[in-house]
Design a protein around this ligand. Structure first.
Ligand code: UD1
Length: 422
């Protein structure tokens, strides 16, 4: 069976939505469990496909993993395997984050190179050069990253760009290296802070969490822990954009509103009213949004993962918006699908110019990645007639209970299964 979403536009979203743990945090926390023998338990995990896929990667390394609703328990043996299974890794790009922990724990790692991605090339050069500075050798052999280290030692590492994945891999190797490592121009995303918090609970010595300089004093061993994943700011922001676009009123619970300071400020510039309280926020929009410009940058800049939502909002805004993409070059590919929905949008290099229209018009569209898919659904909520959104397995990878949450807020959306043979 093939599934798509059928979305009928026009509903005003209202109500409260609960957001669970962040996809981009939980997968790294699961990898970090490899750093200590014994059972690490992670709670508030989102029930999305990537979590069982990561569990398979860890099982291929000798761990016993149970996934029970939002709780994942990982029992790590004294000597985990160093070779991740190709089939598991190929389905999950984020599985490359086992590289750092494996080098630290086993002094050896063989991780198949994850495949390409619809949002642009995702090289691993900064991951590899950071691990080399810590004393590892890294080679690409037969489509796999092969890393060896006699022993890891502290180093001064300057990243060319504050890459989330490279910061995480280097950090997870440095916590067990001998001596002090300084990672400069480190990523500052809340998910990195979450990883630092869990590593600290395991006994790691890290200073500067949340800043662009991370100082890590290596220790000889770590202990397993129990940790609750931070709320998913990208999911929370998606609901905030949905409220603003449908002229609705939505309260989002379970996300730290400070992780969305810039996003909520942009929505206020677009005309929304926001109420902020500890662990929750409300967005209300009474009229048509005003056009605002967006520039994606590493945190605390506007997240590239929210760029499709920014395009969707701009598509129905009053005026012209310029959206600049600075992180993933191919992320504008989905704009053609927005044009199919009647958006007046054109791209040139890493800029998109969107002239807002009063109303979009329904059409069949295809999701190319998680966030592009969510952006298309938001646009469909503001389109005349019924839009079919296809390739929704991408959306399911990032948004637990996507349809259920939208329906509870009053959206007219359903999941439809069809038999392609008929
Ligand atoms: C993570 C997130 C993704 C988000 C992105 C940026 C996960 C699972 N995914 O991806 O949702 O969009 O952060 O916030 O957490 N780069 C290099 N060389 C490297 C590493 C990265 O050139 O060695 C480049 C990439 O091509 C990209 C930029 O750096 O242009 C940022 O990538 P990075 O921050 O590493 O993103 P990911 O960790 O892959």
């Amino acid at each position: 069976m093939v599934e798509h979403f059928a979305v009928r536009g026009g509903a005003r979203l209202s109500g409260t939505v609960d957001v669970v743990g962040a996809k981009n945090s939980v997968l790294k926390l699961m990898a970090a469990a490899l750093l200590a023998e014994g059972t690490t338990t992670i709670t508030n995990c989102p029930e999305i496909l990537d979590v069982p896929l990561m569990a398979d990667v860890l099982r291929s390394l000798g761990c016993t993993v149970t996934v029970d609703g939002g709780t994942v328990s990982i029992d790590v043996p004294a000597e985990p395997g160093a070779q991740a299974d190709y089939r598991s890794v190929s389905k999950l790009r984020a599985s490359v984050c086992v590289l750092g922990p494996l080098v630290a724990r086993c002094r050896r790692a063989v991780v198949p190179l994850p495949g390409g991605d619809a949002i642009g090339s995702r090289p691993l050069d900064m991951h590899a050069s950071g691990l080399r500075k810590l004393g590892a050798t890294t080679e690409i052999e037969h489509g796999r990253v092969v890393a060896h280290a006699e022993g890891l030692h502290g180093a001064q590492i300057w990243l060319d760009f504050p890459s989330v994945g490279a910061t995480e891999n280097i950090l997870m190797a440095a916590v067990l290296a001998e001596g002090t490592t300084v990672i400069d121009n480190a990523a500052r995303e809340p998910e990195i802070v979450d990883l630092c918090t869990m590593l600290q609970q395991m006994g790691a010595k890290i200073e500067g969490s949340g800043s662009s300089t991370l100082t890590v004093h290596g220790v000889t061993g770590l202990q397993p822990t129990e940790h609750r994943v931070i709320g998913d700011r990208i999911v929370g922001a998606t609901w905030a954009f949905a409220a603003a676009m449908t002229r609705g009123e939505v309260t989002v619970r379970g996300v730290d509103p400070h992780h969305l300071d810039l996003v909520l400020d942009k929505l206020r510039s677009a005309g929304a009213h926001t109420d902020i309280a500890p662990g929750e926020f409300t967005v209300r929009m009474d009229g048509r949004p005003n056009a605002v410009d967006f520039v994606t940058l590493p945190y605390p800049g506007f997240a590239t993962d929210l760029q499709p939502m920014a395009i969707a909002l701009s598509a129905i805004a009053d005026g012209t918006s310029m959206i600049t993409e600075n992180v993933f070059e191919a992320r504008f590919r989905f704009v053609d699908e927005m044009v199919r929905l009647g958006a007046d949008a054109r791209t040139d290099g890493h800029h998109a110019v969107v002239r807002g229209v009063e109303r979009l018009s329904s059409a069949p569209v295809w999701a190319s990645d998680i966030r592009a898919g969510a952006g298309l659904v938001l646009a469909a909520l503001c389109a005349d007639g019924q839009t079919e959104v296809w390739d929704i397995e991408h959306i399911d990878r990032g948004y637990p209970r996507f349809v259920e949450n939208l329906r509870a807020l009053g959206a007219d959306i359903s999941r439809v299964s069809t038999d392609p043979a008929r």
